[in-house]
Design a binder for this molecule. Structure first.
Ligand code: GDP
Length: 458
């Protein structure tokens, strides 16, 4: 926030490439001493933003390594400070020696994330973008990586910024009518304000959907497999994971514990939880497995209820119905009618109310791709998550807070005689919630907005 954006005096240094040997190793520095350090190491300050080939020298003038130096004088750099990047050979020993020399010359070792933190503190990027940088590095799939790029290049922040700007204007109008009630210009035409508010709410709803997808891309989905013993849960898990991870056996109750497997379905990281047979078990070890099964169900995004395609009455037995009735009401579910090969039916998908039914065979793989597609739809991650941006739980919390505030403002505006001070207050709180996403201090450019829009002397 504003008060923490003080200039920093020290110069930080770190090896920017991963540990170990590699083709190239990069030492990165940021801060006011970079210029002096460059002169000592390289003999001269390199030309800005051009690759300069030079030896990196120790105090006695001997070369520690040779490579390319890149010089980014402040403020045109990643951090907004002077930045020096030294690209040497990827030798851990040589890299350590170069860092050691930088320490002698007055730099200190950087903390994790400190370059990006400085970029944020210096206003080069906002908080959501800074988080996007970390999320790109952490991205577990190419879809998640693309979503992280959208966040770090500011697509998410710009959408938030647009909503904040709309709210600022609405607030300006609401507060102008409060401050100057004697003016008979109606600053807030209630119907117009309500329509504008609806537009912002629609935009935030769309934004929340994209951000929620982004959270799922980042954190992965949890899909829980439930069903009676021997119905084919382990086989389906193996099929989804495309390798053998669970014991497949003919004897009921073989899968005694939950088995978690991290897989990827069309670019979305998915944790599939195979469950112990959900039936009364005599053995203590099985009971433990059953308790864990319900714990897995509680944190799942989607449940796949596996039944035998050969069973009559939609394939649901009393046991299956008991399981279904215990699933959380809001948990999206898919009934997979497995062993379609034995039932002699073709793979297909049908919808009955909120429940999706898919006929498939874990053994032959028939219908498994269709099942995967349905799982993604149920989890709210649409076609390859293409328009999502990586987001975090705190962003969702802020978006929900803003949406709740705007719902309250809209409800007030819908009254015959809306209390504009309440509307203005809800708008302010919504704006504050949104601004927390980008970490911006939008405190009050509000008065400026009012003066810019209305001629007060009139
Ligand atoms: P779980 O107890 O629910 O985990 O069931 P398993 O995955 O261990 O499967 C029980 C038995 O059914 C094994 O012999 C599997 O090979 C068999 N099985 C599983 N899925 C299918 C299927 O789609 N078709 C056929 N024919 N057999 C299957």
């Amino acid at each position: 926030m504003a008060e923490t954006r003080a200039p920093v005096a020290d110069t930080i240094v770190a090896i920017a490439t991963p540990p170990g040997r590699g083709g190239v190793g990069i030492v990165r520095l940021s801060g006011p001493r970079c210029d002096a350090i460059a002169q000592a190491l390289l003999g001269a300050t390199p030309a800005p933003r051009l690759a300069t080939y030079a030896p990196f020298r120790d105090a006695a003038g001997a070369a520690l390594d040779t490579g390319l130096a890149l010089w980014f004088p402040a403020p045109h750099s990643y951090t907004g400070e002077s930045v020096l990047e030294l690209q040497g050979h990827g030798s851990p020993a040589a890299l350590r020696a170069v860092v050691g020399r930088c320490l002698e010359l007055g730099a200190r070792l950087a903390q994790p994330g400190e370059f990006t933190r400085r970029a944020f503190l210096n206003g080069r990027i906002d908080l959501a973008q800074a988080e996007g940088v970390a999320d790109l590095i952490e991205a577990a799939s190419s879809t998640a990586a693309r979503a992280a790029i959208r966040t770090l290049t500011g697509e998410f922040s710009r959408a938030i910024g647009a909503a904040v700007a709309d709210l600022t204007e609405l607030r300006a109008r609401a507060e102008a009518s409060l401050d100057f009630p004697e003016e008979d210009i109606a600053f807030v035409h209630v119907a117009d304000a309500a329509a504008r508010l609806e537009r912002v709410r629609a935009a935030l709803a769309a934004l929340t959907r994209r951000a929620r997808q982004g959270v799922r891309l980042r954190e992965g989905l949890t899909v829980v497999l439930v069903g009676r013993p021997n119905v084919g849960k382990s086989s389906l898990l193996n099929r989804l994971a495309r390798e053998d991870v669970a014991i497949v056996a003919d004897a009921p109750g073989t899968t005694r514990d939950t088995v978690e497997r991290a897989i990827e379905i069309d670019g979305v990281p998915v944790i599939v939880v195979d469950t112990a047979g959900l039936r009364d078990a005599d053995e203590a070890v099985e009971r433990l497995g059953i308790a864990r099964t319900w714990a897995a169900v509680a944190r799942a995004d989607v449940a796949i209820v596996l039944v035998d395609a050969r069973e009559p009455d939609e394939g649901l037995t009393d046991d299956d119905r008991a399981v279904l009735s215990r699933l959380p009401q809001a948990l999206p579910r898919l009934v997979a009618h497995n062993k379609s090969d034995l039932a002699g039916v073709a793979a297909r998908v049908e919808r009955s109310g909120a429940t999706v039914h898919a006929w498939m065979s874990a053994l032959t793989g028939d219908g498994v791709a269709e099942l995967e597609a349905e799982v993604r739809v149920l989890a709210g991650v649409d076609a390859a998550g293409e328009d999502s941006f990586i987001a975090r739980e705190r962003h969702l919390v802020a978006l929900e807070e803003a949406r709740a505030r705007l719902a309250a403002a809209a409800a007030e505006l819908a009254l015959v005689a809306p209390a504009l001070e309440l509307v203005a207050e809800e708008l302010r709180l919504a704006q504050r919630a949104l601004s927390s996403i980008t970490g911006e201090f939008t405190a009050d450019d509000l008065l400026g907005e009012i003066f810019a829009r209305f001629c007060i002397g009139k």
